[in-house]
Design a protein around this ligand. Structure first.
Ligand code: KG4
Ligand code: ZN
Length: 334
């Protein structure tokens, strides 16, 4: 048949997500059951709770996803699933569901790397032009990835400690903001000033690697010292100062890599791509440059299965198939 329909499943963290993607670029349905409310009171994702929610949600989400796409399992050409990285118990629910569906309906099975998914979220917006650079910034990842062709990922830089989103969430916690902290800090930062000049780790060094744990510690020390001196610190200014440092490092390194590798497209991916400060800074930095900057809409930046389906479409065409012994791999390499 001429059209290619992929059913994609993503359960690597705290979203139970499924989608149907037509011909790699068209979303027929994209369902995300978020667990944020259940994890909020613990200040972060509790793996055991995440797994249990996935089990409860997965068949409901499947039915809804097929219904919204107006198809049945028989119409599906292949089943794609995030095999890693992520929480092992959470990944296992999606992988088990995908294998059961592939076996029951005799469909090909495709394992997808979560980060490949985040990058391919952009292909739901725009066709890729190589070479392209992807800045992947999420709760678990901060990476600069160069692609010269489909399915080929060259990690030219990555964080040496905390991921950008992780730093956001940790700093938010010290400011006593609810989980997930990234959007909260982003919101506060809009009303603050860069009163504190925090370090920009590795910014001028000859590496595309990142480091955010020193910044996190600097924020904590500043808050702690103020508390000891019984001084008030404006959460808005603290958020703005922290965000200025993160955004400056991300944009500076990305710009340097865009120049060095002569990339045609820059795509931002992962939950932190939702950040207003980052979006504005990138728009400004690249306004006069001969590179196309792509940032997916918010619902495609955070975890979803449409992006997994988009990545799987190319993998399917290239003949990649997983066997029924496919296993969840919490530390899968790209
Ligand atoms: O990609 P994602 O949904 O899940 C992972 O694969 O990690 O990213 C979640 C991360 C969290 O750390 C969250 O705080 C962060 O993305 N995030 C943000 C914003 N929205 C989500 N960080 C900064 N600003 C935002 N607006
Ligand atoms: Zn993610």
């Amino acid at each position: 048949n001429e059209q290619q329909l992929i059913l994609a499943i993503e359960t690597s963290c705290d979203e139970t997500a499924m989608a149907v993607i037509k011909n790699g670029r068209e979303i027929l349905s994209n369902v995300v059951a978020s667990q944020i409310e259940s994890h909020k009171r613990f200040g972060g994702v509790v793996p055991e709770i995440a797994s249990r929610h996935h089990i409860e949600q997965i068949t409901v989400v499947l039915e809804e996803t097929l219904k919204q796409a107006n198809i049945t399992m028989e119409d599906v050409d292949a089943i794609a699933v995030t095999e890693g990285p992520g929480l092992v118990g959470a990944l296992l629910i999606g992988v088990s569901a995908a294998k059961a569906l592939a076996f029951a309906h005799q469909k090909p099975l495709i394992g997808i790397h979560h980060i490949a998914g985040h990058i391919y979220a952009n292909r739901l917006i725009k066709e890729f032009e190589f070479p392209l650079l992807s800045l992947v910034v999420s709760g678990g990842h901060t990476e600069l990835i160069l692609m010269n062709e489909h399915g080929q990922f060259d990690v030219i830089g990555e964080t040496r400690d905390d991921a950008a989103g992780e730093a956001y969430d940790k700093v938010a916690k010290t400011l006593k903001l609810p989980y997930p902290g990234g959007p909260q800090i982003d919101r506060l930062a809009q009303d603050g000033e860069e009163v504190f000049q925090f370090t920009r780790a590795l910014i001028n060094e000859d590496t595309y690697d990142f480091s955010f744990s020193g910044l996190k510690t600097a924020v904590m020390n500043t808050l702690h010292n103020a508390e000891q001196r019984e001084e008030e610190i404006s959460p808005e200014d603290m958020a703005a100062s922290f965000q200025a440092s993160v955004v400056d490092v991300l944009v500076t390194k990305t710009y340097r890599a865009v120049k060095e590798f002569g990339v045609k497209q820059l795509m931002v991916a992962g939950g932190v791509a939702a950040n207003q400060g980052l979006r504005r800074a990138l728009d400004k930095k690249f306004a006069e440059e001969d590179v196309e900057v792509l940032i997916p809409p918010l619902h495609l930046c955070t975890d979803n299965a449409a992006m997994i389906g988009a990545a799987a479409s190319i993998a399917y065409e290239e003949g990649h198939r997983a066997e029924l012994d496919l296993n969840a791999n919490p530390s899968l390499r790209l």
